[in-house]
Design a protein around this ligand. Structure first.
Ligand SMILES: *[C@@H]1O[C@H](CO)[C@@H](O)[C@H](O)[C@H]1NC(C)=O
Ligand SMILES: *[C@@H]1O[C@H](CO)[C@@H](O)[C@H](O)[C@H]1NC(C)=O
Ligand SMILES: *[C@@H]1O[C@H](CO)[C@@H](O)[C@H](O)[C@H]1NC(C)=O
Ligand SMILES: *[C@@H]1O[C@H](CO)[C@@H](O)[C@H](O)[C@H]1NC(C)=O
Ligand SMILES: *[C@@H]1O[C@H](CO)[C@@H](O)[C@H](O)[C@H]1NC(C)=O
Ligand SMILES: *[C@@H]1O[C@H](CO)[C@@H](O)[C@H](O)[C@H]1NC(C)=O
Ligand SMILES: *[C@@H]1O[C@H](CO)[C@@H](O)[C@H](O)[C@H]1NC(C)=O
Ligand SMILES: *[C@@H]1O[C@H](CO)[C@@H](O)[C@H](O)[C@H]1NC(C)=O
Ligand SMILES: *[C@@H]1O[C@H](CO)[C@@H](O)[C@H](O)[C@H]1NC(C)=O
Ligand SMILES: *[C@@H]1O[C@H](CO)[C@@H](O)[C@H](O)[C@H]1NC(C)=O
Ligand SMILES: *[C@@H]1O[C@H](CO)[C@@H](O)[C@H](O)[C@H]1NC(C)=O
Ligand SMILES: *[C@@H]1O[C@H](CO)[C@@H](O)[C@H](O)[C@H]1NC(C)=O
Length: 346
């Protein structure tokens, strides 16, 4: 029975196969989905190749022209600058010469090249940008290496766009422990054979500044009681510590000396004052009214002298942005008049 049954089954299968062959040579029957797809691909492979290529091209173009600018801008946003040297030299009312050596930190693994561009230099106070940039600097062409590369801006003569804002910057530099400035601009970025991308640059940097000249002092003070009126009668050395990387040339600087009880008691002068990084010891001369100083003596034999910058003259020009900064920073110094007289040989 079982043998017959299996024979019967075989016969059934053969029948179906025969039917199948018959159908294949006849008009199309309802085929399975797989068969349909296979046939479709066999006939229209060229269409699929074109669609595939077009999609690939669109995705590639999207990556290159949509994602790539975003990635490039992101990379630029992530960069930061730090200053190794910052020199403000040869000041005039309308121009100042800047030399800066900066390190560009770039966390991105791309190593793009930026074209040179004009960058606005802004003062940022408590996170707020000044109304305008106070000057424009020429950012050189930069090949940004990963993770660090150095940029030098050498001897750039900057036009002062806003003297009041520069005065604000100078005031913050003089009086605060640190100062923040930003450079902004836009330029082209090149990365290998990829298309050029226009990027926006907007980078803030906080750096150490002069901290109110904390530690200012005078040494080797000598009084000359026989100097004629109006001639320097107090000589000494001004000690100006500079914890920053900034070099600031201020020209001939005068400082007003005053005491609480007598007001202005003299004027000190430092010729060719250039504050360099580190400790500065600069010759200082002063014309003081000895009578007023004697009258200002406190019971302990000391005189508390207040010192406020009054003028900064460079090549005959008043440098008002430095004068404003200097006049906003009040220093005080305790002077032992007995000691000074002893040191002076009296
Ligand atoms: C880059 O930073 C600017 C703000 O400075 C922002 O508007 C922009 O969306 C940032 N771009 C990217 C790609 O993160
Ligand atoms: C900045 O903030 C400090 C305190 O955090 C404040 O003393 C100073 O006045 C602020 N400066 C400006 C310009 O707002
Ligand atoms: C950049 O300059 C600083 C100071 O001169 C130096 O210490 C540093 O190694 C330099 N960095 C590179 C990447 O050249
Ligand atoms: C900068 O100085 C301010 C005080 O003016 C201080 O609060 C801040 O912590 C300093 N920031 C840095 C980065 O040193
Ligand atoms: C730079 O970015 C700051 C925010 O970080 C924004 O307030 C300022 O307007 C931007 N400046 C420019 C010139 O894009
Ligand atoms: C100035 O120097 C003298 C002696 O070197 C010192 O006693 C005095 O505290 C200093 N004054 C200031 C304001 O640092
Ligand atoms: C004091 O000043 C007078 C006139 O300027 C000068 O002749 C004299 O040498 C000075 N004395 C000292 C000790 O410097
Ligand atoms: C000050 O600088 C001028 C040039 O800027 C120079 O001629 C002069 O000799 C300098 N004087 C002193 C005392 O250093
Ligand atoms: C010093 O000040 C007193 C009081 O103001 C004045 O009478 C005197 O003429 C002044 N001396 C000099 C040398 O200027
Ligand atoms: C410098 O002193 C003179 C006279 O004392 C004064 O008229 C002038 O306003 C002062 N300048 C500054 C910037 O303080
Ligand atoms: C400072 O004054 C001296 C003497 O008046 C002058 O020779 C020198 O050129 C002045 N320095 C500057 C930088 O103007
Ligand atoms: C001022 O100097 C004299 C002489 O050196 C000294 O005897 C005196 O103690 C000093 N006064 C003060 C308050 O330091």
């Amino acid at each position: 029975m079982s043998k017959n049954g299996s024979d019967g089954a075989n016969g059934y299968v053969e029948k179906i196969e025969t039917r199948g062959e018959t159908f294949e040579n006849a008009t199309l029957p309802p085929a399975t989905f797989g068969q349909k797809t296979k046939r479709h691909f066999k006939r229209f492979w060229w269409l699929h190749l074109i669609i595939f290529c077009a999609s690939f091209l669109i995705i590639a173009l999207c990556l290159v022209y949509v994602a790539m600018p975003h990635i490039a801008q992101d990379g630029v946003n992530d960069t930061s600058l730090r200053f190794y040297e910052l020199q403000f030299l040869n000041p005039s009312p309308t121009q100042i010469t800047l030399t800066q050596k900066a390190g560009l930190h770039s966390p991105s693994f791309y190593t793009p090249t930026l074209d040179p561009f004009s960058a606005g230099l802004w003062l940022v106070t408590n996170g707020t940008f000044s109304a305008n940039p106070f000057t424009t600097i020429q950012f050189p062409s930069v090949h940004a290496l990963h993770p660090d590369s150095n940029i030098t801006f050498a001897n750039q003569v900057l036009n002062i766009l806003d003297s009041d804002l520069l005065a604000e910057y100078a005031t913050e530099v003089l009086s605060q422990p640190n100062v923040t400035t930003a450079l902004t601009g836009s330029t082209n970025l090149h990365e290998g054979k990829l298309p050029t991308v226009n990027i926006k640059y907007n980078s803030s940097t906080t750096y150490t500044s002069l901290n109110g000249l904390q530690g200012f002092n005078t040494t080797n003070l000598r009084l000359n009681l026989t100097a004629p009126a109006g001639q320097p009668n107090l000589l000494g050395t001004a000690f100006i510590p500079n914890p920053s990387v900034m070099t600031i040339e201020m020209g001939n600087v005068t400082l007003e000396l005053s005491t609480a009880s007598k007001g202005v008691v003299g004027v000190a002068t430092i010729l060719n004052l250039t504050i360099s990084p580190g400790d500065n010891n600069l010759p200082m001369t002063a014309v003081v009214n000895e009578t007023l100083i004697t009258e200002s003596l406190e019971p302990n034999g000391l005189v508390t002298m207040f010192i406020i910058g009054n003028s900064s003259v460079y090549n005959g020009n008043h440098i008002t942005y430095y004068e404003k900064a200097l006049s906003s920073n009040k220093l005080s110094l305790q002077m032992n008049v007995t000691q000074i007289l002893l040191d002076s040989g009296y």
